[in-house]
Ligand binder design. Structure first.
Ligand code: NAP
Length: 242
């Protein structure tokens, strides 16, 4: 059985390894935009497919039997294309989405629907913001009008002149995040609801310091898709199709 794993996430890497252990044929796909990306084991392809039609063509030409969308919860276009392509050629498709974050006592979270809404809200909440939303959406904050620190894996293009930039890849721990928030006197944190444990240290640090957090909600999934929230469930799903 040949499975295409749309990746670019820790779960995508874990899934590729688990499926290979079970003697599945796996091709992992990465968008190819991150320099020095962490690669999954096994066969890896890089770069876009050319939309849903391009993906459908690629799936046919490569005799793929099933598709797992293990992309980041905010990679909505890729997910949409995967659903459309699998639908077009009648392939089984499963979406793997890690659970989102939930507030716990002590958190001061403000949920918003979009990055633009987060940028509009910022000046009402704080005067020194820490943006942890990746480089693609950074431009939405250019006119927020307060002091901002942004942390990205790769440098944004063009480089932002309106914020201080840290290039770092993580993983991050609570002690490090506390130091960073204190050193820069951060009084509001901005994050996407990415979920997963790897980046939650910033949320713990914000809670400890009483720093409010603007949380951008995940884009909705296409209607009717089958979704699981763990690599174990995907492995079971693939196993049931062999
Ligand atoms: P996106 O906006 O949903 O996708 C834009 C286009 O990039 C897609 O239409 C597709 O091009 C290509 N693409 C995206 N993911 C791909 C993949 N895994 N393999 C091949 N092509 C892919 O995606 P994005 O938000 O830019 O994310 C790009 C990648 O970074 C994803 O793999 C995602 O898992 C990872 N990532 C994203 C975030 C985030 O916050 N968005 C965070 C961490 C990691 P074509 O239309 O030409 O096929």
């Amino acid at each position: 059985m040949k499975v295409l794993v749309l990746g670019g996430t820790g779960e995508g890497r874990e899934l590729a390894a688990r499926l290979l252990e079970r003697a599945c044929e796996v091709v992992s796909s990465l968008a190819g935009r991150t320099t020095d990306a962490r690669l999954p084991v096994g066969e890896v392809r890089h770069g876009g497919f050319g939309g849903a039609d391009g993906l459908a063509r690629w799936l046919r030409e490569n005799s793929v039997d099933a598709v797992v969308d293990a992309t980041h919860p905010f990679a909505a276009t890729m997910t949409e294309h995967a659903v459309a392509a699998a639908d077009e050629i009648g392939l089984p498709l499963l979406v793997l989405r890690r659970p989102g974050w939930t507030e716990t006592p002590g958190d001061r979270w403000h949920w918003v629907e979009t990055t633009d809404a987060a940028a509009r809200l910022l000046p009402d909440i704080g005067s020194r913001a820490f943006l942890t939303i990746g480089r693609q959406a950074l431009h939405a904050f250019a006119d927020a009008g307060i002091w901002m620190l942004a942390r990205c894996v790769d440098p944004p293009e063009p480089p932002p002149t309106w914020c201080t930039l840290i290039l770092d890849r993580g993983p991050y721990d609570v002690a490090g995040e506390l130091t960073l928030l204190r050193e820069h006197r951060i009084d509001v944190l901005v994050t996407k609801d990415s979920g997963g444990s790897q980046t939650s240290a910033k949320l713990v640090a914000a809670r400890e310091l009483g720093v409010p957090v603007v949380v951008i909600r995940r884009p909705a999934l296409p209607a009717g898709v089958e979704v699981v929230d763990s690599v174990d469930r995907v492995v079971e799903w693939v196993g049931a199709r062999r």
